[in-house]
Structures are given as structure tokens and as C-alpha cells.
Design a binder for this molecule. Sequence first.
Ligand code: ADP
Length: 326
Amino acid sequence: MISVDRISKRYGSGENSVVALDDVSLSVSPGEIYGVVGQSGAGKSTLIRTINSLERPDSGTVTVDGQNISQLQGARLRAARHNIGMIFQHFNLLSSRTVQANVELSLEITGVERSTRRARVAEILELVGLQGKADAYPAQLSGGQKQRVGIARALASNPSVLLSDEATSALDPETTRQILDLIRNLSKELGLTVLLITHEMDVVKRVCDSAAVMSQGRILEQGTVESLLTTEKSLLGQALFPLGEIPDTGNRVIEITFNGVTADRPVIARLARTHGIDVGILGAAVETIHGHQTGRTRLELPGTADATGRAIADLRSQGLFVEVIK
Ligand code: ADP
């Protein structure tokens, strides 16, 4: 598990200094996939480098599997880092080495003997779907295959934690889906704890159990994806269901979030019938989140405050998440 407790990091000093991390805390449970999203410059890379101990925080602590990474030095730090695998946007493979040689690099460094290395590489290549590719060079592989090599290399030393730095940002949408599914399956199979940083909401939709939204070095919101979808004014909720500008019609505007349980109920027809309201649909989006159909519908409710208030109370009494937008 990963526990980040109140870390801050500033680059430079004086007037030109930049606060890259400002009192950031988060916790990733064992086996969980946790996504950190945010625009460029939000502090995501600094966060991941701090967890990997490539960077030391100015204050606060990072604990990985019970070890305070921010305080370790020398051999103990190197040992702790073997428990953390990392994958990158541009794969970072050595072009002069074969797939086999790339994957066994970390094992070589830790002095694992040749026959054990060979066996481990064969096993891990099969796990990532690259059997038969051991002797290929990176230039002979597609982007998706290169990232599979990156994942195999990251997992060769059996880490319990995988960090992903925009690992799918250089891939096309279909390959992105395949790589994300692979990460999810590996996480399940190996009990891997995964922290990934991304600027793509599709990544959060497809694999993340929990997510945090970062901006200017701070975490603005965090929680399980499901809970964030049913949190008032959630930035993640809005980003996952972009419904566009809200037209100014003078009427009450609400958004209803549907999940697997409520998705097939005739909610809108019933609302119009029961409350005599001429409901207008202003926008709708449906997404598969965590394998479940989830949707958000923006409705316009003409009528008196009393009538629309009763309608909203009725919707909420049916267990629907209703946000009053206007
Ligand atoms: P993100 O990964 O979300 O794009 P970063 O963590 O790379 O964000 O950057 C956060 C802020 O810290 C940015 O303003 C960036 O310019 C600054 N920064 C990051 N690394 C360094 C560094 N090594 N030296 C100086 N400033 C840095």
C-alpha cells in the first residue's frame, strides 16, 4: 500500500520558486488502482517521483508497504525501490537491447543468476502477452508491444507497487484500452497496488477504483470514483460527463446521475406524468465506468419553485443522485 502524508515540494527559491506539491495526502489500498488526474503543471510527476524516491519532499512522508521511503538511504533505499515498478509514457526501453535483455535489466542489477533470470523473463513475457518476442528489438515492436515490454520490465522483480506515468498517453485509443485492461488484470492476478497519473479521463473511467484531482500542487478532491460521481459539484463528475454550457432559460436545471441499478427505470416519463411538468432534456452522457453503465442527464424543469421542489424530492426518494444546477 502507498500512503502519502502531507508532502510539500518547492523548486527553486525566492521570487522564482514554484510550489510543485502543496500539502498533498493520499492513500492507496493494497490491490487498488488509484488515478491522479490534472492538467500539465499540476504536480502529478513530482508526486510520482516523490513516491518513487527520485525526489525528496521538503516536508511530509511517503510510506510504501510500511516503509518510510522518504527517510531511507543507500542500500535500504535501493531495496525498497525494487518493490516499486514504474512505467513511462515513452516506454524508456534500451534500443540496443532485445526484449529479453530489457526485461531482465533490473534482475541483472540485483545479481539474480542467469538461468533464474531467463525463467523469470519467460514467465513475465507470457503474462503480458509477449511470448515469442524475447529476441525482438524495440524498433521491431508496435507502441502497445513496447509498453508491454515496459510493464514486463517493471514487474520482473516482483514489486507490490506499480507506478504509471502517463503510460497510455502515446498510444491510440484501442491500444490504450488493451494496455489498461492488462494493467487491471495484472493488478487482480498479482495483487498489485497501482498509482497512475494521467490527463485522460478515459483512463479513470476504464480502470481506476479511486481518483484524485490535482491542480497547482494541491489535491482538490479525492475518493472512490463511484463516490465522486455522486458528490455535489464534483470536478471529476463534471469531467467524466461533459454536458457543455448550461443555457439560461430561466427555469430550474437539474442533473440526475444514473448507475447500473437506476439506469433502466423510466424516471423522466414518470416525473412528467406524476408532477405534470414539461420536462426538457438539455443534455445526456452515458459512460461505462468500472464495467457499469453510468449516465448523467441534464433536465430543465419549468414550473413553480414548489412544484419543482416536490419533483426533486421525489427523485431523491427513489435513490437517485440529483444535483440542482440552477
Ligand atoms: P505535471 O506532471 O502535473 O505536469 P509537474 O510535477 O511536472 O506537473 O510540475 C509541477 C510544477 O513544478 C510545474 O510548475 C513545473 O514547472 C515545476 N517543476 C517540476 N519539476 C521541476 C524541476 N525539476 N525544477 C523546477 N521546476 C519544476
